[in-house]
Design a protein around this ligand. Structure first.
Ligand SMILES: Cc1ncc(C[n+]2csc(CCOP(=O)(O)OP(=O)(O)O)c2C)c(N)n1
Ligand SMILES: [Mg+2]
Length: 345
């Protein structure tokens, strides 16, 4: 049976999409393993995107060459898709001199403007306001760029979300707001009836308050995400303003992992003790809907990939990230004298 036809998505592009999903998964797996295999080597906090691959790749597959991506502090996946070398990213996560930001940024402060990734920070909701700023620049300079803004369900409770959506709608800024609803805000489930309770269901309904399109999509299916984000990007490109896409998926790793020696296994659900984050049944059923496995199976069924092709892609992604870790570990730490070199204020 042929693949469902989608404009701009030939077989090569579908293979590209699976390749990016495999690369993201391997990068994150390598980061995760670091905490067990090289305890203490990666300082600072890291937040992983395993489980979000379909959502991120489906969205970014609609990009034009000069469009920008503005992720949250959970920012490893987007630059991988945009073309940032994993070696430089991994070295940055390890705080090494050859890192993307010379070892001073760490996981939460990656930045690669050359590859259309202006940067990020640890502040929940920052990407929302920053994306509007970048979109305003694009609008004023008439660059034709669209800004792909990624943020969490928790960030959608921030004032910045409401203020930015308002102004972006008023000014018809070229932004696609991608609300990643993984049902968790750090360790708090979206439905918990405590101070963090999240009002509104579906969250995409919030778009109505600003008279912009809002839609909820299955974030485990890259083709569905591609369709919805594609429409939103086309609207932004046509000067009609922003849209809100709520993309729903389950993230496999717990919220984040900071340096702990010895590493605490509770930080990774896979490594037992799911108690802190989610529950075993929820985690197990999400694993059965692993977006990478589902998309792989679809491409195999449709004859886009053979088992051998898929394995080759996965082996190559693993080798690429093995190399990135080796590169990072071989890179020196910056010297203390360099600490103030990149401080602007
Ligand atoms: C302004 C601000 N408040 C609180 C925090 C602490 N914090 C870090 S992540 C997080 C939860 C964010 O959840 P969500 O937006 O759903 O993103 P996810 O991590 O699930 O992608 C919180 C409260 C912070 N970094 N910044
Ligand atoms: Mg969340």
């Amino acid at each position: 049976m042929p693949m469902p036809m989608r404009e701009g998505l030939g077989n090569d592009r579908l293979v590209w999409m699976y390749t990016q999903m495999a690369r993201i998964r391997e990068f994150e797996e390598h980061v995760k393993r670091t905490f067990l295999e090289h305890p203490g080597a990666m300082r600072g906090h890291t937040h992983l995107a395993d489980g979000a691959e379909a959502s991120i790749v489906g969205a970014l597959a609609t990009r034009h060459a000069d469009d920008l991506a503005m992720p949250s502090y959970r920012c490893h996946a987007q630059p991988i898709v945009l073309g940032t070398p994993p070696r430089k990213m991994m070295a940055e996560l390890y705080g090494r001199k050859d890192g993307l930001c010379k070892g001073f940024g760490g996981s939460m402060h990656l930045s690669d403007p050359v590859n259309h990734f202006p940067g990020t920070s640890g502040i929940v909701g920052q990407s929302i306001a920053h994306a509007a700023g970048a979109a305003l620049t694009a609008q004023v300079k008439k660059t034709g760029q669209v800004v792909y803004c990624f943020f969490g369900d928790g960030a959608a409770k921030q004032g910045a979300f409401f203020e930015t959506l308002n102004l972006s709608a008023v000014w018809k800024l070229p932004v696609v707001f991608i609300l990643e609803n993984n049902e968790y805000q750090a360790y708090t489930h979206i439905s918990l009836e405590d101070a963090n309770y999240m009002a509104g269901d579906p969250l995409s309904k919030k778009a109505a308050a600003f008279s912009i399109p809002g839609v909820t999509v299955d974030g485990t299916d890259p083709l569905k995400v591609y369709d919805e984000v594609g429409k939103a990007a086309a609207r932004a490109r046509a000067g009609e303003g922003p849209s809100l896409i709520e993309s729903k998926f389950y993230r496999f790793s717990a919220h984040g992992n900071a340096i702990t020696v010895p590493p605490a296994p509770t930080q990774f659900p896979e490594h037992e003790a799911v108690g802190v984050y989610g529950n075993k049944d929820e985690y197990k059923s999400a694993r059965e809907r692993d977006p990478n496995k589902l998309f792989r199976a679809l491409l195999l069924r449709q004859g886009v990939l053979t088992e051998g092709d898929a394995k080759k892609i996965e082996d190559s992604a693993r080798a690429e990230m093995d190399d990135a870790v080796a590169f990072a570990l071989a890179s020196p730490l910056p010297s203390p004298e360099e600490a103030t070199n990149y401080v602007y204020a």
